[in-house]
Ligand binder design. Structure first.
Ligand SMILES: [Cu+2]
Length: 209
């Protein structure tokens, strides 16, 4: 990881002190858990800038096995998909693919340090269960940069890391029926946790009040 300016380091220290859990700060995913093989909507939450400087660029690096990433356009920002060779070959519509989207770049804003925003993409997750770490480069006015790229030596705790990558835990797929029922009875579009990705299921008529 690279934290290029001393002020940025100080800001991170302050950030860590302010948020003992650190879950609300830094750059994190709104839904930290999703089913293997599902289509996942990644919402990257940007909690602050770089040492008070406004953010003008966000680069999300897609972990190996994450395929077909499609970013949501965002007012005031341009979006670019960077294509490259895949660390592991994938399949798309029954064909083997060796190239794909490796990075998504948003440029614009700037997003003031005092403000909060979200950056969204959708992608297909690998079939393997386990942690996926999304490296995110945050570039700010005045040349400050934070590279959210730190990964713990083992496990998934980001405690003590100054600039952790954004963590997604890929969990085993649940029985589809159980998730559909959960959706119908909960009346919610959003997953309740536990890896149900409700985007796979039609909403039964009258299920939502
Ligand atoms: Cu932070």
């Amino acid at each position: 990881m690279f934290i290029r300016s001393r002020p940025a380091r100080l800001a991170l220290a302050a950030c860590a002190a302010a948020w003992a859990g650190a879950a609300q700060a830094h750059i994190t995913l709104e839904q930290p858990r999703a089913e293997a093989g599902s289509t996942y909507k990644a919402v990257f939450r940007v909690g602050h800038g770089c040492d008070g400087a406004a953010t003008h660029t966000l680069i999300v690096h897609l972990p190996p096995g994450v395929q077909e990433a499609r970013p949501s356009p965002k007012a005031g920002w341009t979006v670019e998909r960077r294509i490259g060779s895949l660390a592991q070959a994938g399949t798309s519509h029954g064909k083997t693919v060796t190239e794909g989207v490796r990075q998504i770049v948003w440029r614009g804003g700037p997003l003031d340090d005092a403000h909060y925003d979200e950056f969204v993409l959708r992608a297909k997750l690998p079939e393997q269960v386990g942690p996926l770490w999304f490296r995110v480069e945050q570039r700010c006015e005045g040349g400050a940069t934070t590279d959210w790229a730190e990964v713990p030596a083992s496990g998934t705790s980001t405690r003590g890391l100054k600039a952790p990558a954004a963590l997604l835990e890929v969990v085993p797929p649940r029985a589809r029926g159980a998730c559909a029922l959960k959706r119908a009875t909960s009346g919610r579009r959003r997953p309740l946790g536990g890896g149900c990705d409700f985007s796979h299921f039609p909403i039964p008529q009258g299920a939502l009040s």
